[in-house]
Design a protein around this ligand. Structure first.
Ligand code: WTA
Length: 631
């Protein structure tokens, strides 16, 4: 099953296309099922549905944990590195992790959590986050993890959309030299959430928090009362495993829903093959579990494969810019998986932070989340991988559940900035504006997938129409990724970035509409338009053009600060605009549509490429904006 050579890859790929059901059924055979499937796949991309391993019964945690108790109970499953390097690390063996998950499963049950209930996790990067996640899966509850940097209103929106019953959080959250009062954020959110009946609080920072009688309880108190064994709930392959909210071009973030069976099979298959994981390796993915990368490649993929996975609570620059490399050295990490934005940020700090540490344990390097520029790729290759380690540039999405286009480490010859070739089972196509498939090589178009893969999005929570609309209506019969892409003369894929109104800031997806809605909540704002622009470290930055009420009596500086504060409050600091420009008008067509294309060019400073502005109601606004932007 494991691909070891380019030949193996070619064969596997061919088989996966010629007979997908047979291919995936062979892969799935290796997992622990209570009952095998009646049918491998049923699908329809016109009236969207995809069902994998239909009729199969299982529990993903028996595959992540129980299965390994036979032969690797004492192997370390999770190594946890705290934010502050002077605090002790924690190592949990598979046996210990199993026990803690069972224990916490019983806590969830004692709070009335049943199969199908939604549980929201708003937590720091501590082992208890993985434990809580797996405990949800064990009792058949659907976890919805919200990145703990989101604001209380963003958290409330997500809790309400999922109608979560329980929320799990901590008294505080250490990140670098900050101590974030997350429980206060939860308290504020819960003022507007009626579905929550219990809030379980983990003690992490000893910050003083208020505990609401009848609703709030301490993690440690509950666990001390819980039994240490818990039978896993029998789940159907097509029962939901988790919801993860992600931004799109329009509207509020949507809850991407993944179902257990297909997700399990694909997350382990892709993990083992892309990283070429070997028994005994130490693997480290630096993502936060609040994002899909953390779900699939810190927790599920590695644990399914019986790997040792490192979890890091802190940030790359605390106490200094050598932290990542110190951790690689400390645990003799073999595989290191991070985002281009982190590479660029650390590259800018200089080699003295790298050269202090022994990085000879590294064998495979990976990147994810955004296109990697050639300078960053070269630096990573030369200074971190010492030209010995293949770099896997992995392209995928929250919706795809797992890595879709990527080199397999040491198997696929790499080329800087190219995600290279699709994994077995993945059938990418490039479409032109009219929806024609572009044949052959040396072509560029919109990236779509024309055949289902096991870990694909099943629905958007509570609104299947939206799922069909967003992903399956742009091009009938295809899953549309929202990314532009080039296929070069070797048939290699290079992702060019989003072609819709989504900005990729430091590898995080932010919808322009979401930021505009937030800015517009400031009462002195009349209208706003947000676009992305190239940013040296973040990949893309957020540029906001704002029309303010002249009678507000506030000067520019005050407005600027207020707007940034408003976005932080409504969404969270990650969506704060990098640049705000006060303008008196926006370029609009006669039908009232803002021509973002023009704003994008101004934000880029490419004013010679503004194109035709004659269809604007008032072309003079463009001159004003150019002047104010200083371009
Ligand atoms: C972008 C993250 C170029 C892309 C796993 C995609 C990438 C969006 C790459 C999904 C890559 C992700 N090269 N672009 N290797 N990986 N992207 O849902 O635009 O947070 O659509 O999933 O990130 O972001 P998401």
């Amino acid at each position: 099953m494991r691909i070891r050579t380019l030949n193996d890859y070619t064969t596997a790929y061919r088989q996966s296309v010629e007979n997908p059901e047979n291919f995936w059924s062979n892969v799935a055979e290796r997992f622990l099922w209570q009952k095998k499937w009646d049918k491998v796949l049923e699908w329809d991309f016109h009236d969207y549905k995809a069902e994998w391993f239909k009729g199969a019964k299982f529990n993903i945690t028996e595959n992540c944990l129980d299965r390994h108790l036979l032969n690797k109970a004492d192997q370390v499953a999770i190594i946890w590195e705290p934010n502050d390097p002077s605090e002790n690390e924690v190592e949990l063996t598979y046996r210990q992790l199993h026990e803690k998950v069972c224990e916490f499963s019983n806590v969830l049950k004692s709070k009335g959590v049943q199969k199908g209930d939604r549980v929201c996790l708003y937590m720091p990067m501590v082992p208890e986050l993985a434990i809580a996640m797996l405990a949800c899966a064990r009792v058949g509850a659907i976890h919805s993890i919200v990145f703990a940097g989101f604001s209380s209103s963003a958290l409330a929106d997500r809790i309400n959309d999922a109608q979560a019953k329980v929320v799990i959080t901590s008294d505080g959250n250490y990140r670098g030299n900050k101590n974030i009062p997350v429980k206060d954020v939860v308290d504020e959110a819960l003022e507007n959430c009626t579905s929550i009946t219990s809030c379980i609080v983990l003690k992490r920072t000893e910050a003083k928090v208020t505990m609401q009688e009848g609703r709030d309880c301490w993690w440690h108190d509950e666990v001390s009362k819980a039994e240490k064994t818990c039978q896993a709930e029998v789940m159907d392959s097509e029962d939901p495993l988790f919801i993860l909210y992600t931004s799109g071009s329009t509207g509020k973030p949507k809850g991407v829903v993944h179902h257990g069976g297909g997700y399990m099979v694909y997350s382990q298959y892709s993990f083992s093959n892309v990283f070429q994981y070997e028994e005994g390796d130490v693997y480290w993915c630096t993502a936060d579990i609040g994002w899909i990368t953390g779900h699939s490649y810190i927790v599920y993929g590695p644990l399914l494969a019986g790997a040792t996975t490192v979890m890091f609570e802190g940030v790359p620059t605390f106490p200094d810019a050598g932290r990542f490399w110190e951790i690689v050295d400390k645990y003799k990490v073999n595989t290191f998986y991070t985002a281009p934005t982190a590479i660029r940020a650390l590259q800018a700090k200089g080699l003295e932070f790298v050269n202090k540490y022994d990085l000879s344990s590294l064998r495979v390097l990976g990147t994810v989340g955004e296109p990697i520029n050639e300078e960053a790729w070269d630096w990573y290759h030369e200074h971190i991988g010492k030209r010995r380690c293949p770099i896997v540039d992995t392209w995928w999405q929250t919706e795809t559940g797992g890595i879709m286009i990527s080199p397999l480490a040491g198997v696929t010859p790499t080329k800087p900035t190219y995600a290279t070739l699709p994994l077995p089972g993945v059938q990418p196509v490039l479409l032109d504006q009219d929806g024609n498939e572009l044949e052959g090589n040396n072509v560029q178009g919109n990236l779509c997938i024309k055949f289902p893969w096991p870990s694909m999005i099943r629905t958007t929570y509570g609104d299947h129409e939206r799922c069909k609309q967003v992903y399956f209506s742009t091009y009938a019969g295809y899953y549309f990724t929202g990314d532009g892409c080039r296929r070069d003369e070797d048939g290699y894929y290079r992702i060019l970035g989003r072609v819709d109104d989504v900005i990729n800031v430091s590898g995080h997806r932010i919808g322009t509409a979401e930021v505009e809605d937030a800015i517009n909540m400031n009462e002195s704002v009349i209208e706003s338009a947000v676009v992305g622009y190239p940013h040296e470290i973040k990949g893309q930055g957020i540029y906001a053009f704002v029309i303010c009420d002249e009678n507000s009596g506030k000067d520019n500086d005050t407005m600027l600060k207020e707007i940034i504060a408003t976005v932080s409050r409504v969404i969270g600091p990650i969506a704060k605009p990098d640049k705000v420009l006060m303008v008196s008008g926006l370029p609009k067509t006669r039908s009232g549509k803002i021509m973002r294309r023009i704003l994008r060019k101004i934000a880029e400073g490419a004013t010679d490429q503004l194109g035709d502005t004659s269809t604007l109601i008032d072309p003079t606004v463009v001159e004003e904006i150019k002047e104010k932007a200083g371009v």
